[in-house]
Write a protein that binds this ligand. Structure first.
Ligand SMILES: [Zn+2]
Length: 459
C-alpha cells in the first residue's frame, strides 16, 4: 500500500458509516420517482390557498388552517399529531387608502405595513419628502422632515439589503418629526403591486403610520418632485393591534424505528400575510414538508430516527411559533439531529444550504453525499449557510440547520402581495421540491451517524 492507499484507509477508518450516496441510492430513486408524479402536494396546496385563504396571526382563517393541517397530517399517515398552543400578536389592517393631493389628484395603491398604527380618523394630509437612503434622510435633518410624510424611494438591491427601509424606516423618519412614512415596495418588479411586511418601531420614538407604495407610484412621486412640484399626499389607515391571540404550531411524526428519541424536523410556516393566499410564502414550504413525509410513509420507508413535520405559526409578524416550539421540546432539543426549513417558495430547487456548529467541513461533506442523490433532478448543490427564522431557536442550541435553496427567480415579485396565489406555483417545480425534501429528510433521519457526530469525528 502506498501513501495514497494509506490515506484512503485512514479516511475510511474515520468514517465507517460508508458513502451515503451509494447506501441510499435505491431509497432515493423510489422517493424521487414517486415525487415526480405526485398530485397530492398540489391538491393540498390548492385547498389551503383557495378554500382557506390567507392566514395572518389572530385571523379565523389561520385557526381553520391549523385544524385542517392537523387532520391532513393524520390522513397522510403521520402520528403523534399535536397542536401545541402559542400566543401570537394580533394586528388587523382595517380600511386604508392614500391619494396624491397636489400637484395632481390620483389614488395611490398602498398596503399598510404589518404592525403599523392608524392615522387619525380624518387621515393625514401632508407634504411628501422623498429620500433614497438613510444618509439622505439624516442630511435633511429635523428642519427638512418635521411635519412631513417621508417616502423611502429605495431601489431594490436584494431583499436583505433593502428590507431595512421597511423595517426601520418609519421610526428613523419619526425621530426627525415625520408624521407618516411611505416605503417603496421591497421587490425588483412591480405591476402596481404593493408589498406589505412587518415594520419594527423603535422604543422612545412616536409611532407613525406607515404603508408600502408600488414602484410605479414611488417613481411618479419622485418625478413630480424632481420637476420642482411640491407633492402632498392624503393617507387614511385604520390599522390596530389587538390583545395577543391564541394560535398553535402543528406537529406530526413518522416515529423512528430504532432511535425514536432522535428527531429530524422539517417544515415551514403556516401563517401568511393578510393579502393574497400565502401560496409561495409559505404554503409551498409546509406542503412540501408534509408531502415528503407522506411519500416516505406511503413507500413503507421507516427511518431509524423520528421524522417530525412542524408547521410553525406567526413567522411573519412575531416569530412566536419558532420560539414556542423550542420551549415545547424542552431538554429534548439536544436530541434534534437536524432541522430543515423551507421558506423561499417552490421554484425549481437547486439544493440546500447547511449550517452546523463550528461550520464543520466533515458534516457539510456528509450532506454533499446526500446531495449527490439529487443530481438527477439538478437539486444537489449543497452550500454552507442554512437555516431560517423558525429553526433559529434550535440552531442557537447547536442543532444543524438546513434551508431549501431554489433558483428564486421570481419569489420577491409575489412575496407579501395579493398576487401570491397558487397559479404562481408550477407543478413540476413543487414535485421537484418534494423530491429533494423527501430524500434529504429521509437520509438525515436514517443515516448511521448524525451530522453532529460527523462534525466531532465521533462517528
Ligand atoms: Zn415566509
Amino acid at each position: 500500500m502506498g501513501i495514497g492507499g494509506a490515506l484512503v484507509a485512514l479516511g475510511l477508518a474515520a468514517q465507517p458509516a460508508g458513502d451515503l450516496t451509494e447506501q441510499y441510492n435505491d431509497a432515493a430513486t423510489k422517493l424521487i420517482d414517486a415525487a415526480l408524479v405526485d398530485q397530492g402536494g398540489m391538491e393540498k396546496l390548492a385547498y389551503l390557498c383557495d378554500r382557506i385563504g390567507n392566514r395572518l396571526s389572530g385571523s379565523p382563517s389561520l385557526d381553520k388552517a391549523i385544524a385542517w393541517a392537523a387532520a391532513q397530517m393524520k390522513a397522510d399517515g403521520l402520528v403523534n399529531v399535536f397542536t401545541p398552543r402559542v400566543k401570537v400578536p394580533h394586528w388587523v389592517r382595517g380600511n386604508e387608502s392614500a391619494a396624491l393631493v397636489t400637484p395632481v389628484a390620483k389614488p395611490l395603491n398602498i398596503l399598510g405595513l404589518g404592525g403599523s398604527v392608524a392615522t387619525p380618523k380624518k387621515g393625514i394630509t401632508a407634504d411628501v419628502v422623498t429620500v433614497s437612503s438613510f444618509e439622505e434622510l439624516e442630511k435633511k435633518g429635523r428642519a427638512g422632515i418635521e411635519g412631513k410624510i417621508v417616502l423611502f424611494n429605495v431601489p431594490y438591491e436584494g431583499y436583505g439589503r433593502t428590507v431595512v427601509y421597511r423595517m426601520s424606516g418609519p421610526s428613523r423618519a419619526a425621530r426627525l418629526g415625520a408624521v407618516a412614512a411611505l416605503v417603496r415596495s421591497v421587490t425588483p418588479v412591480s405591476q402596481q403591486t404593493p408589498h406589505t411586511g412587518a415594520l419594527e418601531y423603535s422604543d422612545g420614538v412616536p409611532k407613525i403610520p406607515a404603508a408600502a407604495v408600488t414602484i410605479e407610484d414611488a417613481l411618479l412621486i419622485q418625478r413630480l418632485q424632481d420637476a420642482g412640484n411640491p407633492v402632498s399626499v392624503h393617507l387614511e389607515m385604520e390599522a390596530r393591534t389587538l390583545p395577543d391571540a391564541e394560535s398553535a404550531n402543528v406537529v406530526g411524526e413518522i416515529p423512528g424505528r430504532e432511535k425514536p428519541d432522535e428527531v429530524v424536523v422539517i417544515g415551514g410556516h403556516i401563517d401568511s400575510w393578510d393579502v393574497g393566499a400565502g401560496a409561495q410564502d409559505d404554503g409551498t414550504g409546509i406542503i412540501t414538508a408534509l408531502e415528503a413525509a407522506h411519500l416516505i410513509h406511503q413507500l413503507g420507508l421507516h427511518p431509524r430516527r423520528t421524522l417530525r413535520v412542524v408547521f410553525w405559526t406567526n413567522e411573519e409578524n412575531g416569530g412566536a411559533g419558532g420560539v414556542a416550539y423550542r420551549e415545547w421540546v424542552g431538554t429534548m432539543v439536544r436530541n434534534h439531529v437536524a432541522a430543515i426549513e423551507m421558506d423561499g417558495g417552490a421554484e425549481k430547487p437547486a439544493g440546500f444550504g447547511v449550517s452546523t456548529p463550528g461550520d464543520s467541513l466533515a458534516a457539510l461533506n456528509r450532506v454533499r453525499e446526500i446531495g449527490k442523490l439529487l443530481d438527477r433532478i439538478d437539486a444537489g448543490s449543497i452550500q454552507p449557510g442554512g437555516g431560517g427564522a423558525d429553526i433559529a431557536p434550535l440552531m442557537r442550541e447547536g442543532v444543524p440547520g438546513l434551508a431549501v435553496r431554489t433558483l428564486a427567480t421570481h419569489y420577491f415579485e409575489w412575496h407579501h402581495t395579493r398576487a401570491d396565489t397558487v397559479d404562481k406555483v408550477k407543478l413540476e417545480d413543487l414535485r421537484a421540491n418534494i423530491a429533494a425534501m423527501a430524500v434529504m429528510a429521509y437520509v438525515l433521519a436514517d443515516m448511521p451517524g448524525t451530522l453532529q457526530q460527523a462534525a466531532t469525528g465521533t462517528r
